[in-house]
Design a protein around this ligand. Structure first.
Ligand code: SF4
Ligand code: SF4
Length: 118
C-alpha cells in the first residue's frame, strides 16, 4: 500500500491522523524540511502555496481547527505527511474525513483510492 497527501490541498485539520488506526500520518511544520516526506508526486509536493479553492472553502470555517497554520498544536495545524503508508489497511476512514480531499492511496494491485469529504 502506498499513501500520500496532495500537499497544496491539505488544510491541516488533522482528521486523517486522528482516525487512522495504524498511525500512517504525522503532522509536520509547513516550513519544515520533512513536509514532503511521503511519496506525493512532484506536482503535489508542498511548495508553499495552498490551493485557492481549498482556502476559499475553509479559511472562515470556525470549527476549532487551525486551518493553514504553519505549526501543529497537537490538535491541528501544519501539514499531514503519510510517513508510514505501507502500514495502511485500507479501512478508508481517512478518505471520508479529509477536508482537503487530498489523500491518495494505491493498493498493491495499483488500484487508486481518493478522499471525498463526507
Ligand atoms: S485507509 Fe489507510 S491511511 Fe487511511 S485511515 Fe485507514 S489505515 Fe489509515
Ligand atoms: S484530513 Fe486531509 S486536509 Fe486534513 S490534515 Fe489530513 S490530509 Fe490534510
Amino acid at each position: 500500500m502506498d499513501v500520500w497527501v496532495e500537499k497544496e490541498k491539505c488544510t491541516g485539520c488533522q482528521h486523517c491522523k486522528d482516525v487512522c488506526p495504524v498511525a500512517v500520518f504525522e503532522m509536520k511544520e509547513r516550513s519544515g524540511a520533512d513536509a514532503n516526506a511521503d511519496n506525493a508526486p512532484e506536482e503535489h509536493k508542498w511548495k508553499g502555496t495552498t490551493n485557492a479553492d481549498v482556502v476559499a472553502k475553509w479559511k472562515d470555517v470556525n470549527d476549532g481547527h487551525k486551518h493553514f497554520a504553519d505549526q501543529n498544536d497537537g490538535t491541528s495545524g501544519g501539514l499531514s505527511v503519510a510517513t508510514a503508508g505501507s502500514a495502511c489497511i485500507l479501512c478508508q476512514a481517512c478518505l471520508i474525513e479529509c477536508e482537503g480531499e487530498c489523500i491518495v492511496i494505491h493498493d498493491d494491485a495499483g488500484t487508486e483510492y481518493r478522499s471525498i469529504y463526507k
